[in-house]
Design a protein around this ligand. Structure first.
Ligand SMILES: CC(=O)/C=C/C=C(C)/C=C/C1=C(C)CCCC1(C)C
Ligand SMILES: CC(/C=C/C=O)=C\C=C\C=O
Ligand SMILES: [Fe+2]
Length: 542
């Protein structure tokens, strides 16, 4: 890896609120674990997955990024529309090793930010590592130093382990590796995010330089939040799970501030801990708070070795719920039990009205994994790197929830369209942002052309016709299709869809599809293939 300047170095700090948030319950569990595990067990080096990696099977999508940074103009085949002016940014975990130690899970990798800047039909691309404290410390010390999604730093001895537990309670041992998403706030600041609050890092969308931590100036505390806030020009909404008194705070931050204010609180209806909230949907007037039976697990947080469900636990007996909070009043207007579900990503939600304009129900759509948590295991690098042609990707669908607002206690969950339309793979979605919270017709996502072990198509979903259009390049791994609307468009699908493709031969290209026909309009080859990435955002040129 090339070296880079360390100018952004900032001292690690943690607030008193953070120190207090896990509280006594977690502290007791920490002590219990410390007592029952012998010192020899504690000197655990998280063992990398042992299976040898077959180089023929080592797809560039699952291979660490080649170098620290690169930037250059790409040769464009086809035509980039002249109205497309701005920068597409994509974040994701692109570096999965430190020295000769290999990470285990897709979500563990150190963040790689990619940009595609479009102007006058030209395309300037670049990528750069995000300089989180976790990444800088790992490079300096040649080992991981913070708790990542599944990796835990090695403890030299028992005392170091106990010290680490107390750092876990304060949050100081958690990662700030902002490898999941990137958002443009209403005030223009661009922030990379992950599920730890400290992993909110401000970046420069042109140079991709890490500018420093986004410090929340309120005293709400907590260590974690949803990886996917809802961000518009007017606000930033997110959920803060409360592990101590199971529930969620729904909070809002105005552009130009760093202060989140509480809209309201939802108490969990089941289970010993809140459900994992990677994302959540909103309608025009309501926030939908999902309570998945895949719940955070304090004990698993404390473990040195990953459990099959990492920091989570599956509690089918605790049931699944959706809560609906009025954005204006913070009141929970209904909490309904729904069929068990597993999702990372909600797609959108909207209100349904009767003929008098009264809201009768809420529709909320998500990429739903048939209440099966095995997708988390499928995203282990060992599984992603070994594809022998078997059809091992678990089925997924567009799960459509219907939440009645008439006081009924149960909501429904059905597929919004026949999942065979998109090969029974479904994740990594986007919509036209003008339709956020409103009745909508189209979504873009990754589907499957089977046999496969990972979503390998780009798919346009039409919820009215209940049809999908699919794009496929044999052996290629496409990342989340991201919709950018044409300025002045009146049709929902008038725009382009951007994706970055990692090819089977180690190459890669940026791809532009027409949002309406879903046909290719341009592509531009990158100098080398990039690793898979997760979520993106659009920064329009001013
Ligand atoms: C990449 C992605 O989609 C998710 C990343 C999730 C992360 C990094 C979660 C990290 C966590 C910890 C380090 C400890 C606390 C729990 C949890 C939020 C899972
Ligand atoms: C890539 C992924 C799921 C693929 C399943 O089919 C999930 C990513 C989650 C984090 O952003
Ligand atoms: Fe995500």
């Amino acid at each position: 890896m090339l070296d880079f300047d360390q100018s952004c170095h900032r001292k690690l700090g943690f607030s008193l609120e953070n120190k207090l948030v896990f509280g006594r319950k977690l502290y007791k569990q920490a002590l219990t674990i410390a007592r029952v595990v012998s010192p020899s067990q504690l000197a655990i080096v998280p063992s990398p997955d042992k299976e040898p990696v077959d180089p023929d099977q080592n797809h560039v999508a699952w291979t660490s990024v080649k170098q620290e940074r690169w930037e250059g103009e790409l040769v464009v085949q086809g035509e980039i529309p002249l109205w497309l002016k701005g920068t597409y940014l994509r974040n994701g975990p692109g570096l999965w090793h430190i020295e000769d130690y290999n990470f285990r899970h897709l979500f563990d990798g150190y963040a790689t930010l990619v940009k595609l800047h479009f102007e006058d039909g030209r395309l300037i691309a670049g990528h750069r590592q995000i300089e989180s404290e976790a990444y800088k410390a790992a490079k300096k010390n040649k080992k991981i130093c913070f708790r990542e999604f599944s990796e835990v730093p090695k403890h030299e001895n028992f005392m170091a382990y106990v010290g680490d537990l107390s750092k876990l309670l304060s949050g100081s041992s958690l990662t700030d590796n902002a490898n999941t998403g990137v958002v443009k706030l209403g005030d223009g600041r661009v922030v990379c995010l992950t599920e730890t609050q400290k992993g909110s890092l401000v970046i420069d969308p042109n140079s991709l330089e890490t500018l420093g931590r986004f410090e929340y100036s309120d005293s709400l505390g907590g260590l974690i939040h949803s990886a996917h806030p809802i961000v518009t020009d007017a606000e930033f909404l997110t959920l803060l799970p409360d592990l101590l008194k199971p529930g969620y705070l729904v909070v809002r931050m105005e552009p130009g501030t760093n202060e989140r204010k509480v809209i309201g609180r939802v108490n969990c209806s089941g289970g010993p801990a809140p459900g994992w909230v990677h994302s959540f949907p909103v309608t025009q007037h309501y926030v939908v708070v999902p309570e998945m039976p895949l719940r955070y697990c304090a004990q698993n947080l404390l473990r040195a070795e990953p459990t099959p469900l990492y920091k989570f636990q599956w509690h089918p007996q605790s049931k699944a719920f959706l809560h609906v909070m009025c954005k204006a009043s913070g009141k929970v207007v209904t909490s309904v039990e729904v069929p068990l579900f597993v999702t990372f990503h909600f797609i959108n939600a909207y209100e349904e009205e009767d003929e008098d304009g009264r809201v009768t129900s809420i529709i909320a759509d998500c990429c739903e994994h048939h209440a099966d948590t095995s997708i988390l295991d499928q995203l282990r690098l060992k599984n992603l790197r070994f594809f022998k042609g078997e059809d091992v990707l678990p089925d997924a669908r567009v799960g459509r929830f219907k939440i009645p607002l008439d006081g009924s206690r149960n909501g429904k969950l059905e597929a919004a369209l026949d999942a065979d339309e998109h090969g029974r793979g479904m994740d990594m979605c986007s919509i036209n942002p003008a339709y956020l919270g409103k009745k909508y017709r189209y979504a873009y996502a990754c589907g499957a052309q089977r046999p496969c072990h990972f979503p390998n198509t780009l798919t346009k979903l039409d919820f009215v016709e209940k049809k999908a259009k699919n794009w496929y390049d044999e052996g290629a791994v496409p990342s989340e299709p991201f919709f950018v609307a044409r300025p002045g468009a009146t049709e929902e699908d008038d725009g382009v869809v951007i994706s970055l493709i990692s090819e089977k031969n180690g190459g890669g290209y940026a791809l532009l599809l027409d949002g309406s026909t879903f046909k290719e309009i341009a592509r531009a080859k990158l100098p080398y293939g990039l690793p898979y990435g997760l979520h993106g955002c659009w920064v329009p040129k001013k």
